[in-house]
Design a protein around this ligand. Sequence first.
Ligand code: ATP
Length: 234
Amino acid sequence: MALLEVENISVTLGGVPILREVSLTVEPQRIVTILGANGAGKTTLLRAISGIYPLGQGSIRFDGAPIHGQPAHRIVQSGLSHAPEGRQIFSSMTVRENLQLGAGAQRDWQRELAFVHDIFPILQQRSKQLAGTLSGGEQQMLCIGRALMARPRLLILDEPSLGLAPQFVQQIFRVIETIRQHGVTVVLVEQNARSALRIADDAYVLEHGRIALSGPAQQLMHDAAVQNAYLGAA
Ligand code: ATP
């Protein structure tokens, strides 16, 4: 059974239709990437899945159960966690405090903390440091680490490599693969389409709020239209 099934959803924001009849299926333990130009609706799609934006129509099922219409915190509790674009970490709190927030109301979060420290050893070293003093790459790790503290089965990542120095970009992509090896399914929006397609199993292309193309990531990587539009190849 699919872990996530988005069926025919439409989303309207401020009276403007942003997503139109979008469907998408995510199988367990896969990495699924969503490509699209700026303004295509990628962030809106991720926010609709996470319960931040309401649906105009359609349905979203997670692990077989409908989640649309539920409050965002309930969706996190059911195992779907979102590392947002722009990181949104709390600068004047310590790294550890930021991670603790990701654990929500869970009483005992030591296991999750150990897991996050295992994946991002730097966050253990920086535990007591204020999050605002971290480098951009470290802040991105903290953002992903915080999302992992909720012990998700599905992790949504919105532009994790945006604005990072090249060595951090490669590290982030390696980490996404490691996270999947731990059994976490990943939905990834990335402007770095080539690296995203390289690590993804399946891919979707969003254009003007509609799915224009979908298929195995390897197949899309060799698709002429995808190469022209997103991979900078002639
Ligand atoms: P980017 O890569 O630039 O973040 P995106 O594919 O993630 O692009 P979205 O952020 O989902 O695109 O935005 C899709 C469209 O919806 C854009 O045209 C944007 O201006 C519009 N939009 C986003 N949020 C709102 C809002 N709250 N009210 C009205 N329009 C919005």
